[in-house]
Design a protein. Structure first.
Length: 492
């Protein structure tokens, strides 16, 4: 009876602890997200600091914090030591969040691992609580220095209310860690750390998920610029809200409409050529696999893969040396014919799409073939042996075995290329563009860059980027539906 009662108590405690763990994990995720949003930066202790700084930026870079403090330091409006402390304090908050994340990950293990994770989470919570009072002390020091210098109105000290959110998160993590530790105190502890295999896989994927969130989803926060009359360096305020003004501008302004049409022609034309020639890496991989001399095959594969790692600036330097008016080709023709040749192969707007396709294929075909080489290595060799017995030649085996086995991989990559038809990059077209070929070279990504960074029309470029992203998502799901209907397989 007593044993059954104890088992029931252990089970009840574990259920309560599991529910509290979900609250703890949600708090950890919120804590991580807040690190990267400038609006939730508790380290902005005065108005001189850049409004676009996140807490993460303040923690990893001291120069970023004091970038606008030249005059304030020279005139002794603020003490530089306070901002060294601010940098260390911000870094300490980041470390506390990392500790909390580690504790949250350990909560997926057995009881022994959970208890250790609770200790780690508790330490993270304590550190976060301490940094609240540390940040308060830095604010008081900045305020006192500015008051002594009589420059309160210049320094504009401020204590962000978001500090109390970090304090609440720290207290919450510490409280949950303590309660769960009490709940699990009498639960039998295993001899070694263990975790279910499914959680191993999840934790292996976690860094990739985090990178996707930071670099793919977090930037979506910048879409708000599309609804404001914003210029670089300014702040977003209610009086600058313009609603759908820049959306309407794309439709109602004739010049912008003409530019968009031209840009879409270039984008779809170059992407279309890339889709039409998307079979080339597969063909290259097939012929590469047919090279029987191992060292020579490895040399060819390495030699054709290396260009992928060359920057487009260096590729343009190579192109300039070969095809400029006084480059190698014109110099050679002049030497051979005795007549002066100065044809602007590189600068001319003629056949710009084909030129970009050729340079793109030279740079990327070896790299793109890697996935096909890997697929070929996975083909059952018994199929080739059976074909040899039946008298099939090399090309027959390539056509009737290798190609059909690679078709599923080819279709997946083809459908993803269709989904990304509006995203053909910017670097290549940026370095190769010039006043003569600009009209035929400007693709959508380059147009967004030129309008946003070059002309300062950040809201308009944001609108175009938004529309591009939405269209790409629609194309992706459309391609996925087409694949499912035709081939019975989906890619998403």
């Amino acid at each position: 009876m007593s044993k059954n009662f104890s088992d029931g108590m252990y089970s009840t405690n574990q259920k309560i602890a599991d529910k509290l763990y979900w609250i703890l994990r949600i708090g950890i995720v919120v804590n991580v997200i807040l690190l990267f949003f400038p609006s939730f930066n508790p380290a902005r202790v005065c108005g001189i600091m850049n409004k676009n700084l996140s807490l993460f930026s303040c923690g990893v870079s001291y120069d970023t914090i004091v970038g606008d403090f030249g005059r304030a330091f020279r005139q002794k409006w603020v003490d530089e030591a306070d901002f060294h402390s601010l940098n260390i304090c911000s870094l300490t908050i980041i470390i506390s969040v990392i500790l909390s994340c580690a504790g949250g990950c350990m909560s997926l293990g057995n009881t022994k691992m959970k208890k250790t994770g609770l200790a780690v989470s508790a330490v993270g919570g304590i550190v976060e609580i301490i940094t609240f009072f540390w940040m308060k002390g830095i604010y008081n020091a900045v305020t006192q220095t500015a008051a002594d210098a009589g420059k309160i109105d210049k320094v504009m000290p401020m204590f962000q209310n978001i500090n109390f959110v970090y304090l609440a998160l720290g207290i919450g993590m510490l409280a949950i860690a303590c309660v769960n530790f009490i709940l699990l105190m009498k639960v039998p502890v295993e001899e070694k750390f263990e975790m279910e295999p499914k959680y191993h896989l999840f934790l292996m994927m976690l860094p990739i998920i985090a990178l996707a969130l930071v670099f793919s989803y977090l930037p979506l926060y910048g879409w708000r610029y599309a609804f404001y009359d914003y210029k670089a360096g300014e702040t977003l305020s209610p009086d600058k809200f313009v609603g759908f003004k820049y959306f309407r501008q794309i439709i109602n302004t004739p010049q912008t409409k003409r530019d968009i049409i031209t840009v879409m022609e270039n984008t779809l034309g170059m992407s279309g050529l890339g889709i039409i020639t998307s079979w080339v890496p597969m063909a290259f991989a097939i012929f590469l696999s047919e090279i029987k001399n191992g060292p020579f095959r490895r040399f060819v594969q390495t030699f054709t893969t290396i260009p992928n790692f060359i920057s487009w600036v260096l590729v343009y330097a190579i192109a300039l040396a070969l095809f400029s008016t006084d480059g190698f080709i014109n110099t050679m023709l002049t030497s051979i014919t005795g007549e002066i040749h100065s044809t602007p192969y590189l600068m001319s707007a003629e056949h710009s799409w084909l030129k970009m396709l050729a340079w793109g294929m030279w740079k990327g075909v070896g790299w793109s073939a890697i996935i096909y080489v890997a697929s070929i290595s996975g083909i059952d060799q018994g199929l080739y042996e059976a074909a040899t017995v039946d008298g099939a030649g090399r090309f027959q085996k390539m056509w009737h075995i290798t190609v059909p086995e690679l078709i599923p991989t080819f279709f997946v990559l083809l459908l993803m290329s269709v989904a990304n038809i509006l995203s053909n990059g910017m670097e290549q077209y940026l370095v190769f563009s010039n006043p003569q070929n600009k009209e035929t070279m400007q693709v959508l990504d380059l147009y967004v860059y030129n309008r946003g960074i070059g002309s300062g029309l950040i809201p308009l470029s944001t609108v175009i980027g938004m529309i591009k992203s939405l269209v790409s998502v629609i194309l992706l799901f459309g391609a996925n539906a087409f694949s499912k209907a035709v081939r019975g397989e989906s890619i998403v």
